[in-house]
Design a protein around this ligand. Structure first.
Ligand SMILES: *Cc1c(COP(=O)(O)O)cnc(C)c1O
Ligand SMILES: [Zn+2]
Length: 432
């Protein structure tokens, strides 16, 4: 069985061992296209269910459990896995009530080995780097891709190279890239400029590029949807809601759902809702204009993981929205941090960008798009420890133009029982 690379625009095909990121002829984005007819007789719900809880490599991974749908031709001895995935799907009745829906689950991709969903793509991308025989891998990143690339490169004994923006890289992410031994380069340019630089230097120095323009990463990220559906016993929710930055995740979700439907593993598609920050909303703006075109913009938001003004996967995200009858919504930084505080407050926790999902769900219920009786799955993209500054500054009310609704401020006390009694006699404020 052979998968191929195919341009989504002109449909030109390339072998999967070609080192290529966009179409040589037209510049279009590439898809890894699997032989669905051959797969139809191979994959089933039962096959994937039988691998749950497996202790054996590579099926102990929540990505490679679905190997037939990710990269069927990958030789097992070249697979680079931590292993990733197998993240929890939490029922959250208190947050459902706040958002105004009957049934809400949060799928926490912050529970991956390096604390974000990027690991699901990175295992595919670094595996492909080994299949191609590359010795170095690189990316430009708002943070989490770098953390993930650094770890997977180290694990595979490859050189990892990451380009950061000079400012506004969340502390946890920078610390990870340094710790895992990647070559960390700070460049005084925004994400979009850094990505262009990485693509040029990599072509010159024979480095494999692992940004989300890389189609093998998206194959790994598809497994968020597959695993979520398996956790729901293959009962399809009405909505899947996720944040949108470079739009790799939403693109991968669309492809996954379409393939699962074509293979008969699900009998209908959920609707996809992509949530952007108001200050980084190029997809939302294009959506408002009927997707006439993408207008790149200068991006500003406290949710640094989605501070992207020119998302590379825009055409694939639009395709995913068309396939799933999807919608795009925007939320303010105030709404993002409020939702994050609520997710933190039930004991789950996430980084700011993930707050988009819950904030977006509430907004879509308010404006009548999501109906109160519908079943909704929100995707949390990153771990609560990724951006400790944002959390601490929020609760200290130190973020300009933003107000903490229910701040949890550390209390100063003297080391006496009397003082502790005084402190503990005040009632606890409740968030939800
Ligand atoms: C990368 C990232 C995003 C954005 O995902 P895209 O696939 O680029 O749209 C959102 N949240 C977190 C935590 C991320 O690391
Ligand atoms: Zn093309």
């Amino acid at each position: 069985m052979t998968s191929i690379l195919q341009c989504m625009d002109c449909e030109r095909q390339y072998r999967t061992d070609t080192v290529i990121y966009t179409c040589d002829d037209c510049g279009g984005l590439l898809d890894v296209v699997h032989d669905l007819d051959a797969l139809r007789s191979l994959v089933s719900r039962e096959l994937f269910d039988s691998r749950l809880g497996s202790l054996d490599f590579p099926y102990n991974s929540g990505v490679w459990r679905y190997k037939e749908l990710v990269y069927p031709d990958a030789p097992d001895d070249l697979i680079v896995s931590r292993p990733e995935g197998s993240t929890n799907l939490y029922p959250v009745p208190r947050l459902a009530k706040w958002a105004g829906v009957g049934t809400l689950y949060l799928k926490h991709e912050g529970e991956n080995p390096t604390g974000s969903f990027k690991d699901r793509g990175m295992t595919g991308g670094v595996t492909q780097a080994r299949i191609l025989g590359k010795h170095s891998v690189a990316c430009a990143s708002t943070g989490n891709t770098s953390a993930s690339l650094a770890a997977y490169a180290a694990w595979a004994n490859l050189r990892g190279i990451v380009l950061f923006q000079n400012k506004q890289v969340a502390l946890g992410k920078l610390a990870q890239a340094i710790a895992y031994g990647a070559t960390c380069i700070r460049v005084n340019a925004d994400f979009d400029k850094n990505l262009a630089l990485v693509r040029e230097i990599s072509a010159e120095l024979d480095i494999y590029v692992l940004n989300s323009v890389n189609p093998f990463r998206l194959e790994g990220q598809k497994t968020i949807m597959i695993e979520m559906l398996q956790q729901l016993r293959w009962r399809v929710p009405d909505w899947v809601v996720c944040p949108g930055g470079n739009l790799g995740n939403s693109s991968a979700f669309g492809k996954a759902l379409r393939e699962l439907y074509d293979l008969g593993l699900i009998d209908r598609l959920p609707r996809l809702a992509i949530i952007q920050a108001e200050g980084a909303n190029p997809l939302y703006r294009a959506y408002q204009r009927g997707f006439d075109r993408l207008e790149p913009m200068h991006a500003e938001t406290i949710a640094t993981a989605i501070k992207i003004g020119s998302p590379v996967n825009y055409p694939k995200a639009v395709r995913a929205l068309r396939w799933t009858d999807g919608v795009v919504e925007q939320v303010s930084d105030q709404e993002i941090m409020e939702a994050k505080a609520l997710i933190d407050g039930v004991g789950i926790g996430c980084e700011p960008a993930s707050g988009c999902s819950l904030a977006g769900i509430r907004k879509l219920v308010e404006n009548g798009t999501i109906k109160p009786q519908e079943t909704v799955v929100g995707v949390l993209t990153g771990h609560v420890l990724k951006d400790p500054d944002a959390t601490i500054d929020y609760h200290a009310d130190r973020i300009p133009n933003l107000r903490a609704v229910c701040p949890n401020r550390p209390i100063e006390a003297e080391g006496t029982l009397d003082d502790l009694r005084r402190v503990l006699s005040t009632p606890i404020p409740t968030a939800t």
